[in-house]
Design a protein around this ligand. Structure first.
Ligand SMILES: NC(=O)c1ccc[n+]([C@@H]2O[C@H](COP(=O)([O-])OP(=O)(O)OC[C@H]3O[C@@H](n4cnc5c(N)ncnc54)[C@H](OP(=O)(O)O)[C@@H]3O)[C@@H](O)[C@H]2O)c1
Length: 223
């Protein structure tokens, strides 16, 4: 397949390299350095080349969009008409500091609750898995690492208590950070609900995050 990369940074550079090594014909585009695009194409070792966004886009069977949100209008303008194109977007609508989504929730249920009872030490937990899986996880808890479970909150001691309880049920607690992270864990819970209740495999489901051990890997520029 011919794949056009619009934005050849951390994500686009790596995914383009992997797509090329998997046998696809890749065009790397949109960088401040043409030399970098040429290097990426050379290191990708397949049928990869450097090009302009327009070249990457117009011949592509699929496009990967991987630019910062504030570069979106520029890269789209350079790519030209994308009518009918298959476009995979990796881009998240982040603010300039990469600290928050600019097209998204600005609060959460957990934060609203904390405003109602400001002296309570609130932890958002157990809301990202369907109830149907709880007994299965509990019964399997001694058979090895259980599924992950996200939690977040502002009070360290309250979070330690929550983590212990999460472990007691059979999950591996994953600290998502302060209570404001509920802005993201709550929509994630709806994604899980969609998979559980609308998916083909039923609601006895959980999720697991994996941290891969670092090894030699690709060149430092691609890390
Ligand atoms: N990195 C992650 O782990 C991750 C995870 C999930 C989602 N995302 C999302 O994926 C998107 C891409 O992230 P990233 O980390 O790959 O970004 P990045 O490393 O900053 O790459 C962005 C690309 O855009 C190019 N660019 C920036 N300004 C430019 C300009 N004025 N003219 C031409 N090219 C320009 C950069 O050029 P240079 O080559 O010159 O730097 C780079 O190739 C973002 O929306 C991000 O939110 C990233």
């Amino acid at each position: 397949m011919r794949i056009g990369i619009l934005g050849s940074g951390l994500m686009g550079g790596k995914l383009g390299t992997i797509f090329s090594r998997a046998g696809h014909e890749v065009v790397f585009s949109y960088s401040r350095s043409r030399e970098k695009l040429e290097m990426l194409a050379a290191e990708a070792k397949g049928k990869a080349r450097a090009g302009t966004p327009r070249e990457a886009a117009q011949a592509a069977d699929a496009l990967l969009l991987a630019v910062h949100w504030d570069r979106m209008d520029d890269v789209l303008g350079q790519a030209g008409d994308l009518s009918g194109k298959v476009l995979l977007t990796r881009s998240l609508p982040m603010d300039t500091d990469n600290t928050r989504l600019v097209v998204a929730n600005t609060t959460s249920g957990a934060e609203a609750l904390s405003r109602k009872i400001p002296k309570a030490r609130i932890v958002s937990a157990f809301n990202t898995i369907p109830s149907e899986v709880l007994f299965d996880v509990f019964e399997a808890r001694l058979k090895g690492a259980g599924p992950s479970l996200l939690y977040c909150g502002d009070d360290t001691n309250a979070k330690a208590i929550a983590a212990g309880l999460i472990r007691d049920v059979g999950f591996q607690p994953v600290d998502a950070g302060p209570l404001t992270m509920a802005r993201y864990t709550e929509p994630f819970a709806l994604l899980i609900a969609q998979l559980a209740y609308e998916g083909a495999l039923g609601p006895e489901m959980a999720y697991r995050f994996e941290w891969m051990a670092t090894s030699g890997g690709p060149s430092p520029r691609l890390r």
